[in-house]
Design a protein around this ligand. Structure first.
Ligand code: NAI
Length: 316
């Protein structure tokens, strides 16, 4: 990508993480927010996180903490934040109204060269970008929490997005060490959440119907399916679990269809099942900020270790 800085709009959980990922990739970052206090605490938090990452040997990129921090500046003036930016990553709360307002403000001030990218988890590009003058430069780059440790980014174009915008976004994500995937057209939930929700809904049904306990259900993933899914996807799993895909279909399609036909309706995610799951989870991990934060920290350390292992084991 051409020289220029990256502007991050919104300095919450995801904005901070993007700022760290881009700085690790050597990019100048301007972090913008409506709240000065939010920006100050974002910078403090980024600094703390980077130092901890350096100590544990998990700091990304080839630059030192000081060099990476020197690349990040904060700003409460939207125009100043995006002036000269070649890539703008919007990370404001998940509200269509708010995001539309921000993109229409950006539409008035960006150059014809900048990419306008949204971190949205579920808002469709056609809802976010239709009618913008710079729609050809607009795209969704949906990260996975926490983006610093989980590299996948779903790139989802608006029907009018210029293919060059998609290519530039894809190349930029590769350059900063993320793992981009392209969706050819928009769909509710993109790809990641469609897979995730399929898993959550069957997990909910199995526990709700009393077939398995909440703790054992989670083990099915963490000590079972998840072990290989960190390395190979469901399609490669099929390929390797028989003599290729066709052989897998020949052997297992009848069984798969039989099981799939027993899947129930979409759960309500409320009532007795919710109480049961909530109680079991809260007994293991009480809903207390300190406990939740400690568990998240442990999760992030696991993910950092896993990403190191994945790099060592890389086969293509
Ligand atoms: P957050 O609530 O932590 O941060 C939002 C930030 O936006 C806050 O700092 C807030 O002050 C700022 N903000 C509010 N109005 C603003 C405005 N008009 N202009 C500039 N900044 C403004 O939210 P979070 O979790 O970082 O989510 C941001 C986006 O990322 C959402 O669209 C969300 O769906 C998406 N996302 C979130 C993931 C998650 O697990 N938290 C994962 C993947 C995507």
């Amino acid at each position: 990508m051409e020289p220029g800085h990256v502007a991050i709009i919104g300095s919450g959980l995801i904005g901070r993480s993007w700022a760290m990922v881009f700085a690790a990739g050597g990019f100048k970052v301007k972090l913008y927010d409506v709240a000065q206090q939010q920006l100050t605490s974002a910078l403090e938090n980024i600094c703390k996180q980077m130092k901890e990452l350096e100590e544990s040997g998990f700091l990304k990129g080839s630059l030192s903490v000081e060099q990476q921090l020197a690349l990040i500046s904060i700003c409460t003036d939207l125009k100043a934040a995006v002036e000269g930016a070649t890539f703008i990553q919007e990370c404001t709360p998940e509200s269509l109204e708010l995001k539309k307002k921000i993109f229409s403000q950006l539409d008035l001030i960006v150059s014809d060269n900048a990419i306008l990218s949204s971190s949205t988890s579920c808002l469709l590009p056609s809802k976010l970008f239709t009618g913008l003058k710079h729609v050809k430069q607009c795209i969704v780059s949906h990260p996975v929490n926490p983006p610093y440790y989980v590299p996948l980014v779903e790139i989802v174009p608006h029907p009018e997005t210029d293919p060059f915008t998609t290519e530039r976004t894809y190349a930029l994500m590769r350059k900063i060490g993320q793992s981009p995937v392209k969706l050819n057209r928009e769909i509710e939930g993109f790809a990641l959440n469609r897979l995730q929700y399929a898993v959550i809904s069957e997990a909910w049904r199995l526990v709700g119907e009393g077939i398995i306990s909440p703790t054992d259900l989670d083990l099915v993933m963490s000590d079972g399916l998840g072990m290989r899914y960190a390395f190979i996807g469901p399609l490669e799993t099929m390929h390797l679990n028989a003599e290729g895909i066709s052989s897998y279909c020949e052997r297992y399609c009848e069984g798969m269809r039989l099981v799939l036909n027993t899947f129930g309706p979409v759960p309500e995610f409320s009532g007795e099942a919710e109480q049961k799951i909530s109680q079991a989870m809260s007994e293991r991990i009480p809903v207390v900020p300190k406990v939740l934060d400690a568990r998240r920290k442990w999760r992030d350390e696991c993910l950092a270790g896993l990403s190191k292992l994945k790099k060592q084991m890389k086969s293509d």
